[in-house]
Design a protein around this ligand. Structure first.
Ligand code: NAP
Length: 214
């Protein structure tokens, strides 16, 4: 797939690198320095380059949104027209202090995003994993006990693309249903962060859903 990264920080930088290593064609965009984007593209050791958000959006069929909620309007403004694009978001609607969700219960960041970019196909994915585990999960991707990763959305083709990317990075994708389920996934992401950073579990935490035998 051709993938544009909007927000090349802890999540976007790592996920873009792994998408490139998995064989996708990646454009890194939106960081405070062009040198950082170029370094990410060089270090990805795959088909990767640096560009502006507008270039990343034009180039890509799939876009990963990985910015702080406060940067959302800025990055969308710079990206321009996203009609028909698959927009995978890991961005949580956090307040400025990163202490709480500013959208919750009756809506979600993913649904707010879908309202802003009505012609894009939004999928919520990757918000439930601490960025620190991503390389380790990728390294272990050939093992059978892969961790699970939840995703949700309303557009089947977009969800299929997201599931492929989730598998390529080394997780077992779990389809949690329509986009409105992000109202439950986003608070769950905060719970994972709480366990990862404020308990002994550490950021290596990744979860597995085990079905009971029938
Ligand atoms: N980190 C995690 O483990 C994790 C896990 C789950 C979900 N999330 C969600 O993922 C999203 C991204 O988180 P993150 O940890 O990856 O954040 P981050 O490391 O701060 O990355 C954000 C990116 O936006 C860029 N940026 C910020 N302000 C900018 C500006 N004025 N102009 C241009 N670029 C700018 C940053 O540039 P620089 O690179 O120059 O700083 C960085 O590349 C958030 O919504 C977060 O809630 C994060």
């Amino acid at each position: 797939m051709r993938i544009g990264i909007l927000g090349s920080g802890r999540m976007g930088g790592k996920l873009g690198t792994l998408f490139a290593r998995a064989g996708h064609d990646v454009v890194f965009s939106y960081a405070r320095s062009q040198q950082k984007l170029e370094r990410l593209a060089r270090d990805a050791k795959g088909k990767a380059h640096a560009g502006t958000p507008a270039y990343a959006a034009r180039h890509a069929e799939v876009i990963l949104l990985a910015v702080h909620w406060s940067r959302l309007d800025d990055v969308l403004g710079q990206a321009g027209n996203l009609s028909g694009k698959i927009l995978v978001t890991c961005s949580l609607p956090m307040n400025a202090n990163d202490t709480d969700l500013v959208v919750a219960h009756t809506s979600s960041g993913a649904e707010e995003l879908a309202r802003k970019v009505r012609r894009a196909h939004v999928v919520s994915a990757f918000s439930t994993v601490p960025g620190e585990v991503l390389f380790g999960v990728f390294e272990a991707r050939r093992k059978s006990n892969r961790p699970s990763l939840l995703y949700c959305g309303d557009h089947q083709v977009a969800k299929g693309a997201a599931a492929t990317l989730i598998k390529d990075v080394g997780f077992t994708p779990i389809d949690a249903g329509p986009l409105r389920i992000a109202r439950h996934i986003e608070p769950f992401s905060l719970l994972v962060a709480q366990l990862a950073y404020d308990t002994d579990a550490g950021p290596e935490l990744a979860y597995r859903f085990e079905p009971f035998p029938k």
